[in-house]
Design a protein around this ligand. Sequence first.
Ligand SMILES: Cc1ncc(COP(=O)(O)O)c(C=O)c1O
Length: 374
Amino acid sequence: MTEAFDLDPAYLTVNHGSFGAVPRSVQAAQRAWAARMEAQPTRFLATEAPDALRAAATVLARYLNTDPEGLGFVTNATEGCNAVLRSLRLAPDDEILVLSHGYGAVRKTAGFVAARAGARVVEAALPFPRPTGEAVLDALAAALSPRTRIAVLDHITSPSALVLPVAAMIALCRAHGVPVLVDGAHAPGQVPLDLFALDADWYTGNAHKWLFAPRGCAFLATAARHRATTHPAVISHGHGDGYVAEFDWTGTRDPSPFLAIEAAIAAHAALGGTALMARNRALVAEAGTMLAGHFGTEVGAMPAMQGAMSVIRLPRAGDTAEALALRQRLFVRGTDVPTVAIDGALWLRISAQAYNDRADYERLAGLVETALAA
Ligand SMILES: Cc1ncc(COP(=O)(O)O)c(C=O)c1O
C-alpha cells in the first residue's frame, strides 16, 4: 500500500497522526481543481466554487452522517474550536470545561475566551494510564458544575491517544444541561463516525489527518439549534445570511483542499475504509505491545479505547523539555515520533496507517534505543 503515497522510504514514517499523508490520487484531484481555478480565477471563485463547495459539503456530510446545512468547512480543527468558543456569550464566573489531556491550542483558546469575560476554565483530570470508560465519566462528572456553559471533549486525545467514550460523555453533559463541543481532530478516518447518532452540539474534525484529504480540509458540524449563534472565526460577507453563507465565504482562500474531499473519501475506501481502520488498530496494538515489551514498560490505553495510535511509556522519567530533546534526537536519526511527558514519565506516540507494517516499529525500537542512549 506504500505505492499509493509519495513518502520518502529513507525516512521512517510512523507519525501519521500529526499531519497525515495525502495519497497520490488525492493530490491529483486537488491539482485538477487548482488548474480549473487558474484557468480563470474570477470565474471559478465567483461562479463555480460556491456550488462545488456545497457539493463537497454534501459528500462529506453523507460520509459523516450529518446534515449538510449544518456542515461548514474550516481550515483545521483549531479553527473549528475557535469558531464555537469565540461565538459564546459568557458571563463572569461562567466555566468552560476542558479535559486535562485536551489539545494545547484549544485549551489556550478556551483560556482566551474565558479571560475576556471574567470566566474560568475548569479541567477534568483524566485518569491515566489505561483508564476505564467509567473512570473517564467519573472525572467528567466531578468537573461539571452549575456554572459550566460548555464542555470541550476530545474524541481522541492528542498526548495520550485515548479514544474516549464520547457518546456516554455527551449524554452525561446533556443530563446536566451542558452543551458539548467535540474536538474530533483525529477521528474522521481513524474510527467509524456517525454524527447523527452522537448528537453533539458541535463536532469539529480534520479530514486532513486520517481521511487522506489535503491539509487545510476540516469541518465544523453544528446542531440546528446553535446555527444562528455560531459564527466562523473570520466574519465576512456572509455574516447575517445564515450558517452556510457565513462558513462558505470567509474571505479569499484556496478551496481546493475542500473540493478534493470526494477523492479523499474514495482513496480511503479504496484502501479498505472501515477494514483499513480495523487493520490499523490491530497493527498499532501489536506494535504497542511489542514496544512496551522491548522497553519493559506499558501502553497507555486499554483495547476498548485504542484507535490507530498508541502511546508507550519509555523507561525514563522526564519533563516536557526532555521529551522535546528526545524528539529532536529522533528527528536527526531519521524518524519523527511525538514524545510527551505525562505525570513525570516520558511516553512515545506511534501511529499505524496503510503504508506501515510491523517491521517499521521494530526499526523504531532500535532508533528510540539509540536516541535514549545519546
Ligand atoms: C485533539 C486535537 N485537537 C486539535 C488539533 C489541531 O489540529 P489542527 O492543527 O489541524 O487544527 C489536534 C492536532 O493534532 C488534536 O490532536
